[in-house]
Design a protein around this ligand. Sequence first.
Ligand code: ADP
Ligand code: UDP
Length: 237
Amino acid sequence: MQKKELLYEGKAKKVYRTTDPQVYIVSYKDDVTARNGLQRGIVVGKGTLSNRLSNRLFQLLEAQGIPTHFVQEWSDRETVVKKVEMIPLEVIVRNVAAGSLSKRLGFPEGTVLEQPVLEFRYKNDQLGDPMVNASHISALHVAAQEELEHMARLSLQANQILREFFASVQVDLIDFKLEFGRTPEGSLLVADEISLDTCRLWDSETHEKLDKDRLVQDLGGAQEAYGNMRRRLGFPQ
Ligand code: ADP
Ligand code: UDP
């Protein structure tokens, strides 16, 4: 198989066609963006970390019966993935209050939620990715009711698996975002990425932030935080 032309360049990744019509190659960039691209920065080595971490997590989910788009790591920042029809929804799972949940509902940051909280957002940059409920999703025709239920179930299962994984490197999984795609046969799989850009991760003891919030909240030390996670995960520096 060979990599062919660039099909799409997004905020965090480039997507390439290949000689195999069933797969794409995604290439992770070093750019970090937040607030729908209004805030930007570069973290050297972020692309390779996102690639390795996403692939490790996709393989972990697969091993526990959650289908993903992962096929094969292609290079330090590129991966072969199953080509799917993306569902324009973000599924967010939260274990601890932070970010927009704290802002909207008034939970102080760091409040442990009794049960995971699940949210759907409609992926639309112009609208600012608004939160939507099952009724909105049905009106928008972006996913069927059964698909919605399936995505919710898979996301909550993924939460358990990912929480355990991060706990093994003394990190709390505060919240994260998943995106799903439809295969040509109509089944759902987890696509896009699972990385420090899409998960909130805090040190279990000190609660130090080890993710993209270091950049988003101008806390400084984004480069160091990413290096810290790389060390914990045993990835090359
Ligand atoms: P954005 O488009 O939000 O800026 P990215 O920079 O991450 O995001 O771009 C990657 C693009 O590739 C996204 O539009 C995402 O929906 C899409 N994508 C991710 N995985 C797959 C896949 N397996 N098949 C098809 N498209 C995918
Ligand atoms: N998230 C994401 N992409 C988005 C929006 C959110 O990956 O476009 C992730 C974010 O990193 C966090 C979780 O979803 O882990 C919840 O984000 P929140 O609603 O608190 O919004 P934020 O404060 O990140 O804007």
